[in-house]
Design a protein around this ligand. Structure first.
Ligand code: PMP
Length: 345
């Protein structure tokens, strides 16, 4: 890996971050008159912990990493944006992302006036490490991978991921938003071996908490310190920190629900791939399936007419004819299948 100092934007490297009241004093006191808070309406009158230590301690224990290897943000979308802002000089540096994949890598790059080069996955939606490495040049600071990938659902070939981690000198982000649905292990265990690795996870999927907006980035303490330096001081609010702690205290419920979702995912995939549908259903390690239904626009509209919303991916070049279907409850999935059986085009 290149020196971190060479990769981080010089202004960010030299930045002295804002120091909030809660950064300057954290501890116990009986009278708090330091943050221009309102003395009434406890506990919401107080600013939340800007470093979210309690939550990080819980996550550190759960994921087997040190707490200074964790950045917490307003969804993993915040981490995606901050990684680009930390490493990419607008109008000069660039990122490489796979295609098709989650759209925010490209949008976050564009918002920051950073070029995003997209490298198509192969016909099986898998990764060609050589092509990704070839797309990167001296101005490329970050490579975005997503495994299991959205919208295709498959996990990327691990050998190819390792090849990129070993041979690329910049930052490699592996977005693991869907990792808890996958039988493959997380790349978190590789953090110590690859100082250029950033792993993204979220509470939005397996933990069932998209509404509270909590995303995680795991990386070396040096990279995490850079992200912390440029985040908003109180980027994760008190309600989110409290609710997240409660959810993370009950891993068993998460595992049970994931188990249910996986059973239903496999049922949906089996039924949709057989007559009368006989659709091509792509293998999924996530909580959704990508289905090639052929006349995607028409079927999407017919489903909508029956009150059922799926994601139409027909406009994504590599996903022509495809709908992305999130796995719901058994009843919701039955409603979808029932509606699909009734559609006559
Ligand atoms: N990464 C991927 C691959 C996603 O699919 C999504 C959301 N659909 C996100 C990140 C964003 O997650 P969050 O809710 O944590 O911002």
């Amino acid at each position: 890996m290149r020196d971190l100092k060479d990769l981080v934007r010089p202004n960010v490297w030299n930045l002295r971050p804002y120091s909030s009241a809660r950064d300057e004093f954290h501890g116990s006191a009986s009278v708090f008159l330091d943050a221009n808070e309102n003395p009434w309406n406890a506990p919401y009158n107080r600013y939340p912990d800007p470093s979210q230590w309690k939550l990080k301690d819980r996550l550190a224990a759960l994921r087997g990493v040190s707490r200074d290897s964790i950045f917490l943000g307003n969804g993993s979308d915040e981490a995606i944006d901050l990684v680009i802002r930390a490493f990419c000089e607008p109008g000069q540096d660039g990122v490489v992302a796979i295609s098709p994949s989650y759209g925010m890598y490209e949008v976050a790059a564009e918002v920051n006036n950073v070029e995003c080069r997209k490298v198509s996955l192969n016909a099986r939606f898998d990764l060609d490490a050589r092509r990704v490495l070839e797309a990167a040049d001296e101005w490329t600071k970050v490579i975005f991978l997503c495994s299991p990938n959205n919208p295709t659902g498959n996990s990327l070939d691990r050998g190819s991921i390792y090849k990129i981690l070993k041979n690329y000198e910049g930052i490699v982000v592996i977005d693991e938003a869907y990792i808890d649905f996958s039988a493959y292990p997380s790349f978190l265990r590789e953090l110590s071996g690859f100082p250029n690795l950033v792993v993204l996870q979220t509470l939005s999927k397996a933990w069932g908490a998209a509404g509270i907006r909590l995303g995680m980035a795991f990386a070396s303490p040096e990279i995490i310190a850079v992200l912390n330096k440029i985040k908003y001081p109180y980027n994760v609010n008190r309600l989110t920190q409290e609710k997240a702690l409660e959810l993370l205290g009950d891993e068993a419920t998460m595992r049970r629900r994931v188990g249910e979702i996986l059973k239903e995912r496999d049922r949906l995939a089996r039924i949709l791939s057989r007559p009368p549908f006989s659709y091509r259903v792509y293998p999924s390690d996530a909580n959704f399936v990508l289905v090639n239904v052929g006349r995607a626009e028409a079927i999407y509209k017919e489903l909508l007419r029956r009150g059922i919303v799926v994601r139409n991916r027909n406009s994504v070049q590599e996903c022509r004819g495809c709908l992305r279907v999130t796995v719901g409850t058994p009843r919701e999935n039955d409603r979808l299948l029932d509606a699909m059986r009734r559609i006559r085009l």
